[in-house]
Design a protein around this ligand. Structure first.
Ligand SMILES: *Cc1c(COP(=O)(O)O)cnc(C)c1O
Length: 346
């Protein structure tokens, strides 16, 4: 078994956990709170929130089938966890990371901010995972390999066996971004986290759970790595109302109907688009969006915008030439897109 602490920057490993005012307090029947310089006037939000997010993690652990000690939550979405990965593992100006391409843009932006070399490895032509080429792109200063599965924008998920092979062969951290995992038939890497202590899984409440506005992202990792995340994060990184609202959604919402509808709509939309002469290809999708290759992507994009529909133009990306990325909406919204494109052809 790999010891993931071997990959942590020495200065981070030496860090003592920051202790908040509330950490010094070890329980007791307190009714007068004069320890944190808060306002004593109760307006619902005058107290600092739990810096450890214990209650929230309890619910997430139950939902995801992991232990609370394996969880990091961030109040700026997955992007917070992505930035923390660089700050924890990569020495600025010295270390590098390897990532699949095309993929989510935040990995490279966060690399640049942290002054970490970013090495891209193109997916194969069929968008499958080039495990050997990824490994070949690494050197002793490569600390992290970024894999996004299902991948944005190519929409496909990679076989778990491929990701496992990467984790076994690589002497460093493999981050698997599973923002779209709820829409995929392929299983999450969460189930095998205990077998791969060098794997970090990212998930989010922004997509299938419908809480994009709350900005709650998650990282799941070996307990010793989750503990390092807790040391490096800002103390009160998830605000109180967000912790409360996410717990309410987890307890009260059943997303299975919505997810099932999105998957049905995804296939119906794909089928409708495949029948159109201006559509060159609709790629298989394990996510809540379709990557669609058009004859004339820019004109199609402008036409849709002119008619009040916005999609994402990815046609300038290497390996996505000609492609628009279309999020699957409600049945009515998807019907609108199909109707517009049918009219456009005539
Ligand atoms: C949408 C998305 C996320 C989620 O980002 P949040 O900051 O949690 O909203 C993460 N990774 C990928 C690849 C995404 O497409």
């Amino acid at each position: 078994m790999k010891n993931p602490l071997n990959y942590v920057r020495p200065n981070i490993l030496a860090l003592a956990p920051y202790s908040t005012a509330r950490d010094d307090f070890k329980g007791g029947d307190i009714s007068v709170w004069l320890d944190a310089n808060e306002s004593p006037y109760n307006n619902g939000e005058n107290r600092y929130p739990d810096p450890h997010q214990h209650q929230l993690k309890h619910h997430i652990a139950e939902l995801k089938g992991v232990r609370e000690e394996q969880i990091f939550v961030g109040g700026a979405g997955s992007d917070e966890a992505i930035d923390l990965v660089y700050r924890i593992f990569c020495r600025p100006g010295e270390d590098n990371v390897v990532a699949i391409a095309p993929s989510y843009g935040v990995y490279s932006v966060a690399a640049a901010i942290n002054d970490v070399e970013f090495r891209e490895v193109q997916l194969r032509n069929d968008y499958s995972l080039p495990v050997n080429r990824l490994l070949k792109a690494t050197d002793p200063r490569t600390k992290v390999i970024w894999v996004c599965s299902p991948n944005n924008p190519t929409a496909n998920a990679f076989p778990r066996a491929d990701i496992a092979r990467l984790a076994e062969a690589f002497d460093g951290i493999v981050v698997v971004d599973e923002a779209y995992i709820d829409f995929s038939e392929r299983g999450s890497m969460l189930d095998v986290l205990d077998n791969y202590p060098n794997v970090i899984v990212l998930q989010t409440f922004s997509k299938a759970w419908g809480m994009a506005s709350l900005r709650l992202g998650m990282a799941f990792a070996a307990e010793e790595i989750a503990e390092i995340f807790a040391r490096v994060k800002y103390p009160y990184n998830v605000n109180g109302p967000t912790q409360q609202r996410v717990i309410e959604h987890i307890v009260n919402d059943d997303i299975s109907e919505h997810v099932a509808e999105i998957k049905r709509e995804r296939e119906a939309l794909a089928e409708a688009l495949r029948g159109m002469p201006m559509v060159k290809e609709v790629y298989p999708s394990d996510a809540n969006f379709l990557l669609v290759k058009f004859d004339n992507p820019d004109a199609t994009y402008d036409y849709l915008v002119a008619n009040g529909v916005i999609v994402r133009n990815r046609s300038k990306l290497i390996a996505c030439e000609g492609c628009l990325r279309i999020t699957v909406g409600t049945p009515a919204e998807n019907a609108r897109v199909v109707e517009l494109l049918k009219e456009y052809q005539q």
